[in-house]
Design a protein around this ligand. Structure first.
Ligand code: MG
Length: 215
């Protein structure tokens, strides 16, 4: 199924439609190989792109988010949204919004939400993944954790996708770019073209040799 753009337009989030469609295209390739995982679901905008691809190929998308919002989304901060604030609990809670999104998108049979911090789930994770999408916390520590905990689970030929890469520090935080560069420096990934701030890497398949490697 192709992503429902009318629905996506109504979901809160920070993913550009062009980036979303690239995510969908990469996910369609990945979903033929195995399950997908995203870190940082928020209200589910990217989950619809990834989930639609997973559904097309009868795969599964796992999502990870503590659903308490990032540092800058807390009460009184720059990206605070009162519609996502649970007045009774005095906490941000985006999980009900993700559930509603998945229901509206017809993806409840395809997407498995996990409500936790990514390194807690990673402690016991052992399933190879065809795609890991890193779009969680933007501190250096959070982004590094997401990379170090999850990149290792990407199967040969699978994809690592990182959102919010700003090569110019004046345009945005550098933590996602830092882990993107770490992944490239590992020598394990082919660098594919970016779409706006979306970085796409593909783990070399077994027996595949980088084209720029000396004979
Ligand atoms: Mg993002």
């Amino acid at each position: 199924m192709t992503p429902d753009m009318k629905l996506i337009d109504e979901i809160k989030g920070f993913l550009d439609p062009e980036e979303g469609m690239r995510l969908y295209d990469v996910a369609c390739e990945a979903a033929k190989m195995g399950p997908l995982l995203e870190i940082g679901s928020y209200c589910g905008k990217s989950s619809v792109y990834l989930g639609s691809a997973a559904k097309t190929h009868n795969s599964v998308l796992f999502t990870i988010d503590h659903h308490r919002g990032s540092e800058e989304q807390q009460f009184g901060e720059g990206y605070f949204d009162p519609e996502l604030y649970d007045e009774k609990e005095k906490k941000v809670d985006t999980f009900p919004h993700l559930r509603k999104t998945l229901e509206r998108a017809g993806l409840e049979d395809t997407v498995v939400p996990m409500v936790s911090t990514s390194h807690v789930i990673a402690r016991v994770w052992s399933t190879p993944l065809s795609l890991v999408f890193i779009d969680g916390g933007h501190t250096y520590r959070a982004a590094f954790n997401d990379y170090s905990c999850w990149a290792r689970h990407i199967m040969p030929g699978g994809f690592l996708v990182v959102h919010d890469i700003f090569k110019n520090p004046d345009e945005g935080g550098q933590a996602p770019y830092h882990v993107y560069k770490l992944a490239i420096a590992s020598g394990q990934f082919e660098v594919l073209p970016m779409t706006k701030t979306l970085g796409v890497l593909r783990r070399y398949a077994c027996g595949e040799i980088p084209s720029d490697l000396p004979a």
